[in-house]
Design a protein around this ligand. Sequence first.
Ligand code: NAD
Length: 459
Amino acid sequence: MISQTRDIVQKSLDALLEDGSFLPEVKGETRKKAFTSLTSILSTPNHVHKSYLRIPLEDEKVVRIPAFRVQHNNALGPYKGGIRFHETVNEEEVVNLASLMTLKNALHDVPFGGGKGGIILNPREYSEKELHLIARKYVQYFSDVLGPDKDIPAPDMGSGEREMDWMMAEYKSIRPGMPYRGSFTGKSVVNGGSLGRREATGKGVFFTFRYLVHDFVRDQKSLLTKTDNVFAKTALDFEDRALTIAVQGFGNVGSVAALEAHQSTHLQNKVVAVSDRNVTLFNSDGLDIPALVEFTMKNKGDLPTGEEQLKEIGVNAEIRDRDEVLFLDVDVLMLAALEDQVHKDNVEKVKARIIVEGANAPITTEADTYLSDQGVIIIPDILANAGGVIVSYFEWLQGRETQFYTEEEVFNLLYDKMKATLDTVLPLFFGDPFPLRQNCYIHSVMKLSTVLYRQGKLY
Ligand code: NAD
């Protein structure tokens, strides 16, 4: 677990240890011992599986590609988490992402534990045939520890429904006669995927922001105006006015969140900047997001990088450096690319007053503390980007039924679930001095602690 997650889990456990109303039946030395067990259970993964996938390439060279499956905790249900295809994957990162999944599922009452996978490669450097073989080998190497009631992978950066279809098919061949539809989520709809899964994370990211800034602030105005909580003041500043939004990352998560923001015209939001691995595009009057989405779909996911390309699709935008998106004078910054994007060396240049974490861990601990001290509201990853795993849960359920939900049903179920979580954590957030991240962690840790205690695991 990286230090940020570990520190916040520990702070949450310390607060709960002191809070006599939490698990009141556990007292004195037994209580101390139980909390020591909790620290060790939550700060270490149950299993770290590592293999070297042996792949014959099309040029006849044979390579061995390192791959991981980390199973952090399954107190709440089967392990669940994506498989990342990226050259920066490493064991520590996969462990940390798996622990975030445990906390995320606990926060949103999804009956899954936390897992994560990773393959160290740049998928752009491999042919489709080679990627197919890599996906199949991953399943062959890890099939003993995967399965619909053991550990259910999903897509992550660099993987998508194509890879999940391949992996499910391989699982089916390796385990003939076993139920296989629930072995992977994020599959294509024809292969048992859920309608709406691809858009779920981005839609959820926008929903958490919209719900906090519009619905919650309007409904709870009397509570917010009475408190001297610094974050309440920030939230009230955002009420009923047109907001400018910048989005870092224009993939699965960022492009959908940007499109949602663009389409919510009744909120008068303007998406003035988007970025990807190459560029930032900026227009103070608002960007034509649908045209940019269409362009990326035809260009391997990349945004236009030159005037010619912008002209061809009729988009009016300034081309700026890739990282400029982080420092623009906007109201809201949505981070939907990678980890550690805002850190101690650049945090002072960030001007947004609300930051939404579509990516996992995009803000380092030091930067997080600095921003929170300034009253910046950070909607944390485990709260904001859970749409994917929530709809994965619906996909897993539908794999066990014969009836599939319509897209509208999927999104209504998603919003109901996220709204229930927001209604639990937001009043606490505006009622005490902790940042929202800490409130979310306390809620997750409370749930996990209670479950582990009742399962007799805290000895
Ligand atoms: P993706 O591969 O579809 O898109 C990633 C985007 O980030 C691309 O536009 C890429 O060009 C851009 N990017 C890469 N490096 C960048 C850089 N240095 N600066 C700016 N942009 C950069 O991935 P995704 O599925 O959209 O995931 C994005 C993040 O969200 C990841 O952290 C992932 O773990 C997290 N996440 C994804 C899901 C999901 O359902 N897809 C769910 C939860 C969390």
